[in-house]
Design a protein around this ligand. Structure first.
Ligand code: NAP
Length: 435
C-alpha cells in the first residue's frame, strides 16, 4: 500500500444521502478544519450518489456533487475512500466489493450486508490491502465494535447481552410504563418516528439478529451470519405478559444474546424477562445498551443512542478519520480474526431459565401433575404462583436453568393435559439467578 502525501486531501465518494448520509455530508463540511487536523489532512467529498439526484438536499450540500450513478462515482480515479450509506444488500454489496477490489477503503453502516456477506467483504479488503470499517452498523453512536475488536483483543469474551434495537425497546418500554398492548405501542412508535411504516425487520427481530451476528463474530473470533442466529420477535408479547413480569419483579426486553457455551457459541435474539435490578432493565425509550462479560475485564456496560442520523454519523466519521490516518501511514487497521472457528450450537441446546403461564382448572390436584411434567423432563422449578379466577386459575411457573429442548418437551406434555386449558405464554428469563 502506498502512503498518501502528508497533508494532501483525501477524496470521499459518499454513496447515499438519507438520514445518515446527509448528516455525514453536513458534519464533513461544518467540522472540516477539526477533521483535517485529526485525519492528517483535509477530507473532501468527491461526489454524492443518491437514487433521485434531482431532489433538493439539506442546505450546505453542493447540488453539483450529486449523481445517480453510484458505481461510476466510486470508481473515479480521484476517489480514495468509499462511504456506503445506501443500506440493504444490493446494490450495496456490488458497490462495496468493487471498491474493495480496486483497493479503496470502505466505511459502511450496513448491518444487513455485514451480517450476510461479512466474510467475503473482509476477504476482499484483505486481498487488496484496503480497510473495511463499520462501527455504525451496530448500536449507532456507541463505540462498541472497536472495543470488541481492539480494546478487548487481549481478553476472552464470555458473553455479550444487549438491547440493540431502539424501536422494539421503545415499544416494550411503552407497554411497561403505560400498560398498553403491542398494537397501540407500535402505532405510537411510528407516530414519533421510532418505527418505520413497515416495521417488520425491527419487530420480528431481524435487525437485532444481524447485529447479534456481527457482535458474536467479533467477540468470539468466529464467522457468524444472520442465518445462524435463532430469531424471535416481540409481536407475541401481550399486555398480560408485561403485567405478569412486573408483578414478579421483571421487565421484558428484546435481547441479543451471544455466549460461549459447551461445544461452541450460542447466538440468539428473543424477548426475555430480566430482573428489574439488572442494568439492562433501566434502558428506556429507544436507547441501546450492551453488556459485555470478559474473563479478565469482568463486566462492561455500553450505553447510548443506537440510531438516528446524527448519532450514527458520529460513528461513521470516527471510522473515516481512522481510515484516513491508516491511508496516510500506508497501513491497514486491525482485521477481525476468525481463527477460533467455533460452531454455532442449535437453539435446542441453549441453556436458560423460563417463565411459563398456564390457564388451568381451579380444582385440587392440578399442581401435582403439572409439577410432575417438569420433573419428568428434568426441568427444575424455582417458583410457582397461582391466582384463582372462578373455575379457572392462572398458574405461573419460573424454572431454574434448563435446556431449550427439555422445556419444549415439557410444554408439549402440558398442552396435552386435561387440567391445562391453555399454555398462555412461555418466556425465557435472562440475568443471573439471584440477581
Ligand atoms: P435512508 O435514509 O433510506 O437513505 C438511503 C440513501 O441511499 C438515500 O439517499 C437514497 O437516495 C440512496 N439510495 C438508495 N438506493 C440507491 C442507489 N441504487 N444508488 C444510489 N443511492 C441510492 O437510509 P439511512 O437511514 O440513512 O441508512 C443508511 C445505512 O445506515 C443503512 O445501512 C442503515 O442500516 C444504516 N443505519 C441507519 C441508522 C439510522 O438511524 N437511520 C442507524 C444505524 C445504521 P434518495 O435520497 O434519492 O432516496
Amino acid at each position: 500500500m502506498r502512503a498518501r502525501e502528508a497533508g494532501a486531501p483525501l477524496r470521499i465518494a459518499l454513496l447515499g444521502c438519507g438520514a445518515v448520509g446527509s448528516q455525514v455530508a453536513r458534519l464533513l463540511g461544518e467540522q472540516a478544519a477539526d477533521l483535517a487536523a485529526r485525519a492528517g489532512g483535509p477530507l473532501e467529498i468527491a461526489g454524492i450518489a443518491v437514487r433521485r439526484p434531482e431532489l433538493a438536499r439539506i442546505s450546505g450540500v453542493d447540488g453539483a456533487l450529486l449523481t445517480g450513478d453510484a458505481a461510476a462515482l466510486a470508481a473515479r480515479p480521484d476517489v480514495d475512500i468509499v462511504v456506503e450509506l445506501i443500506g440493504g444488500i444490493e446494490p450495496a454489496r456490488s458497490l462495496v466489493l468493487a471498491a474493495l477490489d480496486s483497493g479503496r477503503s470502505v466505511v459502511t453502516a450496513n448491518k444487513a450486508l455485514l451480517a450476510s456477506d461479512g466474510a467475503a467483504l473482509h476477504k476482499a479488503a484483505s486481498a487488496n490491502g484496503a480497510d473495511l470499517y463499520y462501527e455504525a452498523a451496530v448500536a449507532g453512536a456507541i463505540p462498541l465494535l472497536r472495543a470488541l475488536r481492539e480494546s478487548l483483543a487481549g481478553d476472552t469474551v464470555r458473553r455479550v447481552l444487549g438491547i440493540v434495537n431502539g424501536t422494539t425497546n421503545f415499544i416494550l418500554d411503552q407497554m411497561d410504563s403505560v400498560g398498553s398492548d403491542f398494537g397501540p405501542a407500535l402505532t405510537q412508535a411510528q407516530q414519533l418516528g421510532y418505527a418505520e411504516a413497515d416495521p417488520t425487520a425491527d419487530v420480528q427481530g431481524h435487525d437485532a439478529a444481524a447485529k447479534a451476528a456481527i457482535l458474536a463474530g467479533l467477540a468470539f473470533h468466529t464467522e457468524v451470519t444472520s442465518a445462524d442466529v435463532f430469531t424471535e420477535g416481540i409481536t407475541g408479547i401481550t399486555a398480560d405478559d408485561i403485567a405478569s413480569a412486573r408483578a414478579l419483579g421483571f421487565v421484558i426486553k428484546l435481547l441479543a444474546i451471544c455466549e460461549r457455551c459447551d461445544g461452541g457459541v450460542s447466538v440468539r435474539v428473543h424477548p426475555a424477562m430480566l430482573p428489574r435490578v439488572h442494568p439492562l432493565a433501566a434502558v428506556h425509550e429507544a436507547y441501546n445498551a450492551v453488556f459485555v462479560e470478559a474473563e479478565a475485564a469482568g463486566r462492561l456496560m455500553f450505553y447510548g443512542a443506537g440510531a438516528g442520523g446524527q448519532p450514527t454519523a458520529s460513528a461513521v466519521l470516527g471510522d473515516l478519520v481512522a481510515v484516513a490516518r491508516n491511508l496516510r501511514a500506508g497501513m491497514r487497521g486491525p482485521e477481525p480474526a476468525t481463527y477460533a472457528e467455533l460452531p454455532v450450537v442449535p437453539m435446542a441446546e441453549a441453556l436458560t431459565r423460563y417463565y411459563v403461564s398456564l390457564d388451568v382448572a381451579d380444582r385440587p390436584g392440578v399442581l401435582a401433575p403439572v409439577a410432575e411434567s417438569f420433573a419428568r423432563r428434568g426441568v427444575s422449578i424455582k417458583a410457582v404462583h397461582q391466582e384463582g379466577r372462578g373455575e379457572d386459575a392462572t398458574l405461573i411457573i419460573v424454572t431454574h436453568t434448563a435446556r431449550e429442548s427439555a422445556l419444549a418437551d415439557t410444554i408439549a406434555d402440558l398442552a396435552a393435559m386435561d387440567a391445562v386449558r391453555a399454555v398462555d405464554s412461555v418466556l425465557r428469563v435472562e440475568g443471573e439467578e439471584g440477581e
